[in-house]
Design a protein around this ligand. Structure first.
Ligand code: GTB
Length: 212
């Protein structure tokens, strides 16, 4: 059955891995599942055909046979559950890997998104200059806690899992801010994720779309 995902017709970052189809592409590459991509323009995101798939008018979505999903957490979890390679077989290890997926999305990503919002969407507001350092410090707190748990391990809990895929995906959005490099062990963790052949294939495919 063909898997089809949606991605930006033109990503604002020029296809450098920051848009969220990257994590879905990466998951599919890790489990060795081929997929097709339907490119969507910004206006088309808010049209009925796309809203029927994604109630918030965003990318990415995932379709396979009669299943349609939105939200990268749900999509990556579904891929990890259905195909071999992203979740350990042991039930407890599996539960911990899933916990790291939630931690990435619910605990680490929110302040990172706040920083993006402060810089990009609210960049011209009078409070932005004062707000950015506060948000940046909240991110630094999370990074310190995460680095304390990771120590010098390669991955968060044993072998690479969907938890690492999600955590690396969330953290790499920090690189342009310089905050990631303040924490060398996490910068190295992200670099290990990006060095995986599956990530490289996902990145190259997204870049190709945006440089066509
Ligand atoms: N919670 C949802 C999920 O995880 O799937 C969030 C999905 C989401 O934010 N999608 C964004 C989108 O469709 C694209 S990824 N936005 C259009 C809209 O809301 O109208 C966010 C994103 C976009 C571009 C860059 N970039 O170019 O730097 C970075 C991140």
């Amino acid at each position: 059955m063909t898997i089809t995902i949606t991605a930006f017709d033109r990503s604002p970052d020029g296809g450098k891995g920051l848009a969220r189809d990257t994590r879905v592409r990466w998951a599919l590459e890790e489990v060795g599942q081929p997929y097709e991509v339907r490119l969507v323009t910004f206006p088309a995101l808010k049209e009925q055909a796309h809203l029927a798939l994604h109630p918030f008018g965003q990318i990415p979505t995932f379709e396979e046979a009669d299943l349609a999903l939105f939200e990268t957490g749900s999509i990556v979890f579904h891929i990890a559950e259905r195909y071999f390679g992203l979740l350990p077989a042991d039930a407890n290890a599996r539960a911990r890997a899933i916990t790291w997926m939630f931690a990435a999305l619910n605990t680490v990503e929110p302040p990172i998104l706040e920083l993006m919002t402060a810089k990009i969407i609210e960049g011209d507001k009078p409070w932005t200059k004062d707000r950015i350092p506060l948000v940046a410090d909240r991110i630094r707190d999370r990074l310190k806690q995460l680095a304390a748990r990771l120590t010098d391990a390669e991955w968060l809990d044993g072998a690479f899992s969907a938890g690492d895929l999600m955590m690396v995906s969330v953290l790499l959005r920090l690189r342009p801010s310089g905050i990631l490099n303040e924490c060398p062990s996490l910068a190295a963790y992200v670099a290990r994720g990006e060095a995986r052949p599956a990530y490289q294939r996902a990145f190259a495919a997204q870049l190709a779309v945006n440089t066509r």
